[in-house]
Design a protein around this ligand. Structure first.
Ligand code: HEC
Length: 209
């Protein structure tokens, strides 16, 4: 009885050891054949060929320069600057006049107004530029309104195509679509769900002598 158990144990151990040897042998011969100076186990390359990562830096976010204090310019609410431009006939070249917050009589041109339409970070930190939605391609532009150029602004909204005119957005300032969409928060319209009229003040134009 005792001998039987021993026989089983020895048998099992022998089968196990032989099995391991055969398995290792098969793997070895499979990889190296019958050679004993086989180098397949060595790593082919000592170092990784991937170059060390170049440290990445992001440029600091720039706020728009027109918001920076400039003693030579006039200080005025962005909406009022736009209003003065519209009330003076919204010319692309002719200067228009306005009174700034310090009571100075000032003069500016469309060049002072244009950044408010085409630049990002204008109305509040992180605000998108108007033209990112109201782009030159009327077919895809929000409200079929192109705010990327003077001609686009003049052509108005809800245009049938790139050549036709749409609804005037300027008109009489306080009752214009532009004034409405700049001063009213429209919670259901992307781009207008944050108050654009956060009282943005800009430095623009120049005092009249
Ligand atoms: C994220 C996209 C987006 C941005 C940015 C954006 N708008 Fe709009 N805007 C829209 C959409 C969408 C409508 C259409 C709303 C509707 O159908 O009532 C609209 C409508 C308008 C309208 C009314 C047009 C009409 O006929 O009803 C005006 C004016 C306007 N936007 C001006 C501006 C100005 C000025 C800026 C920049 C200060 C601006 N938008 C930025 C998406 C945007």
């Amino acid at each position: 009885m005792n001998d039987d158990v021993r026989k089983y144990v020895y048998g099992a151990v022998t089968v196990f050891i032989v099995g391991v040897l055969v398995w290792v042998g098969i793997v070895f011969v499979n990889a190296c054949g019958f050679s004993l100076n086989c180098r397949r186990g060595e790593l082919p390359i000592a170092r990784t060929p991937v170059p060390t990562l170049i440290p990445a830096t992001l440029p600091a976010m720039e706020m728009n320069s027109s918001a920076a204090a400039d003693p030579d310019k006039c200080h005025v609410a962005a909406v009022d600057l736009m209003g003065a431009w519209v009330d003076a006939g919204a010319s692309d070249t002719e200067a228009f006049q306005f009174v700034d917050v310090d009571g100075k009589q000032c003069e500016a041109t469309f060049d002072d107004v244009k950044p408010l339409f085409v630049d990002a970070n204008m109305w509040y930190s992180g605000s998108r530029s108007c033209r990112s939605c109201h782009s030159a391609d009327v077919a895809v532009s929000s409200a079929q309104l192109d705010l990327s150029s003077y001609e686009g602004i003049m052509a108005g909204s809800r245009r049938a195509d790139d050549t036709s005119k749409g609804t005037d957005i300027l008109g009489s300032w306080k009752s214009s679509l532009l004034y409405q969409f700049l001063t009213e928060t429209k919670t259901d319209v992307p781009g207008h769900d944050n108050a654009l009229n956060s009282g943005l003040m800009v430095y623009a134009g120049a005092p009249l002598p």
